[in-house]
Design a protein around this ligand. Structure first.
Ligand code: FAD
Length: 485
């Protein structure tokens, strides 16, 4: 009887608990004819559409699936790629593979989102009903330590990041949580292919159509574990020590750019922590300022993943404006606020710097009073690193609607943000070329800095709102919604 590893958002062979367990299982009893480890990936376009996945992200995942297949081939583990036309067909696909390939054990890494957990429950129940002897093993492999250990004294999840992080760090520091898993199977793919040849007809698609420059995206985000590790090592060796200084400066290349790899599971959070910890002389919360700040950001990622498991959309009390023209201008980078408009980086590259994500999110919600969920969806539709938990967390933090968000009365002033984080306008010049010729002083607020005649020559939008008035309107509405007025 064979073991099946169902890959989902864990497209890696190293440090993958479920794959490791599956490979151990396939070794039990030797490598006789009937004892293979088979890998499965299911493509579900309906799931992609429902989750607003960006075409550029799907393309990145498909490219990584190809490199995963090559790595699995080397380990003698054949990969079956199946398509589920509808989301509900996923269960049928798993059943077919289990029946058709003589599978007795199914392994997967747990996905933490509500929809995915529901899907897994349905699969598990269907298998239990029709194939009661099939054993399903699910591994939680994203939170680095068992979530049930990161709890308050009363056993509840933390509602605030800092105590979550302190407890999580203590657990991460214990050696057992920090080991990487490396050993994999030596099942025989040729025999498996001979027997189940019809299952191997579908190859992973090597790309997915998207509107950006295909070669440029391959160059920026090459696929594969080796690439991800090279990027991680380079970052930890060369840049991480200055991370605390450079991470907030959008025009600098001061962050790791690892988010697409982390979200596809090409790299694990544990692997990042291991690398950073080694560089930081085994410390997590102390030691080098850059490394410890970076580890803390990884802590945010884990915390938001843990929170999303309990995610329930909040009752909406705020009355948002339905200003579609303002929303369009925000997406097109035509708000007349240069730093906000520099967020065009997203549409052009599939990525946006974290400081910019905060600035444009705050602007949409607080200056334009547009529902943050519209922005959340727009981000998902365009981000190569789109991730429900981090994106939702980031938006709710910016919109002051989440559990541990910035307070509602904190409203970024776009002009001050611009002067502080892009003082020489380098980032603005890169993404808003109309303003290229302006001085470092003029560039942050051209409609005020230039005469009307000179401003008109730029061909750049006038500010679509007056910040002070917009702020007052937002505060009034939020106070009303929160019952404070
Ligand atoms: P680095 O600064 O090198 O950080 C390393 C890793 O830590 C990141 O790859 C990421 O996994 C994690 N991380 C860093 N900052 C955060 C954070 N604030 N919250 C959660 N995890 C973090 N991140 C996503 O991965 N996907 C999203 O869809 C996403 N949407 C966001 C939306 C908004 C409105 C905001 C404010 C933030 C969002 N983030 C999202 C978080 C953050 O912007 C990105 O993780 C970061 O910019 C990725 O770049 P990097 O890999 O160079 O990060």
């Amino acid at each position: 009887r064979n073991a099946l590893m169902w890959f989902r958002n864990d497209l890696r062979i190293r440090d993958n608990k479920a794959l490791y367990a599956a490979s151990m299982r396939s070794k039990v009893g030797g490598t006789g004819n009937n004892h293979f480890l088979i890998a499965l990936y299911i493509i579900s376009e309906e799931e992609w559409a429902e989750h607003d996945e960006a075409p550029v992200k799907i393309d990145f995942w498909m490219r990584n699936l190809v490199t995963l297949k090559a790595s699995l081939d080397k380990l003698a583990i054949p990969l079956v790629v199946k398509t589920a036309r509808k989301k509900t067909d996923v269960v049928k696909v798993v059943e077919e593979v289990v029946e058709g390939m003589g599978v007795s054990h199914v392994f997967w890494s747990q996905e933490l989102m509500v929809d995915e957990r529901k899907r897994d429950r349905v699969v598990r129940e269907a298998l239990a009903r029709k194939h009661p002897s099939v054993y399903v093993e699910e591994h939680e492999d994203q939170l680095v330590v068992p979530a049930e250990d990161v709890r308050t004294k009363t056993g509840n999840p933390y509602a605030v990041f800092t105590p979550f992080y302190n407890t999580w760090c203590k657990l991460v520091e214990t050696e057992s949580h920090y080991l990487e898993i490396t050993e994999m199977s030596d099942a025989n793919p040729l025999k498996a292919k001979e027997i189940y040849v019809e299952y191997f007809k579908a190859k992973p698609p090597s790309s997915h159509p998207h509107p950006l420059d295909v070669d440029e995206m391959k160059r920026r985000y090459p696929a594969g574990e080796d690439e991800a590790h090279a990027r991680l090592d380079k970052f930890v060796q060369e840049k991480a020590k200055k991370y605390h200084q450079g991470r907030d400066v959008p025009h600098q290349d001061g962050t790791s750019m690892l988010s697409p790899y982390l979200n596809a599971g090409v790299l694990s959070t544990r692997q990042c922590i291991v690398a950073a910890r080694i560089a930081n002389k085994n410390k997590i919360q102390s030691g080098d300022d850059g490394l410890k700040t970076w580890i803390k950001e990884l802590g945010w990622r884990v915390c938001l993943l843990d929170w999303i498991r309990a995610f329930q959309p909040k009752t909406e009390r705020v009355q948002w404006t339905d200003n579609n023209e303002h929303f369009q201008r925000w997406t097109e980078g035509k708000t007349g606020f240069p730093i906000v408009d520099a967020g065009k980086q997203l549409k052009a590259t599939g990525y946006m710097h974290n400081r910019l994500r905060m600035i444009v999110a705050c602007f949409l919600v607080k200056d334009l009073l547009i529902n943050w969920q519209q922005g959340e969806k727009y981000f998902m539709n365009n981000l190569i690193d789109g991730d429900l938990a981090s994106n939702n967390g980031g938006w709710q933090w910016s919109a002051s609607t989440g559990t541990d968000s910035q307070p509602y009365f904190r409203v970024f002033n776009p002009l001050l943000q611009s002067q502080r984080y892009d003082p020489k306008g380098e980032y603005i010049r890169r993404w808003v070329p109309e303003l290229k010729s302006l001085t470092d002083k003029q560039i942050h607020d051209p409609s005020q800095a230039l005469s009307p005649k000179d401003f008109a020559k730029l061909g750049y939008s006038k500010p679509i709102v007056e910040h002070a008035k917009a702020k007052a309107r937002y505060l009034e509405e939020f106070k009303r919604a929160l019952g404070l007025s």
